[in-house]
Design a protein around this ligand. Sequence first.
Ligand code: ADE
Length: 253
Amino acid sequence: MIFDVMTLFPEMIDYCMHESVIGRAVKKGIITVNCFNIRDYSTDRHRHVDDYPYGGGAGMVMQPGPIYDCYADIMAGKETKPRVVYLTPQGRIFDQPLANELAREEEIIFLCGHYEGVDERILEEIVTDNVSIGDYVLTGGEMPAMIMIDAIARQVEGVLGSSESAANDSFQDGLLEYPQYTRPEEFHGMRVPDVLLSGHHGNIDLWRRRQSLKRTLERRPDLLEKVRQSGGLSAEDRELLAGLQEEVPGSGQ
Ligand code: ADE
């Protein structure tokens, strides 16, 4: 899978894309991250890429020309137009279903904005998806792009090792993941739950499902409601939840 990132700060992206799980996937050639410096497409002798906003007001606005030329360079020789994601707090909120959907694309282009914004005309012309990573404002689109690339790439076949399956992740079935433990068996007086040491896989699976439901009920009741409404709870889940109503304060219904 190919990620093309149009940015004013390619070093920010480059650094992260060569570390850890994503770095390993890049080395293996499973994913490619191409960074394009929008400033390289400035036609100004001072390499400016921004200008004052028409109508006045604070801050600078990124000009459409350099972004278009950068985009045209990425598109040269391509027969189909990849989705072009503009990172903006005005976009659709990024979540696991969107990460899964985008992981099925062969190539995605990201446009990272800066300053007070980007000239609306270039957004109208090239952008297919406006995406926000949350209801807060950041100084630029680079970190949101990196977050999206990370979440999308780990859904791509071969990026996670066989021991790092994405199937049990929080959010994959709409619920939060159960708690995990490793050695030692006792730490600061706290013991690993006995069931996990029992070797009884049926009991372990049941305990984990119950913990997953409990966590979601305690921490993200909104998510649990969504799963309930979409029919994602089995009869066994509903029974487990009924038993949890007393354990989780304020969850009774
Ligand atoms: N750029 C600035 N803030 C952002 C956000 N919350 N999500 C995506 N891009 C952004």
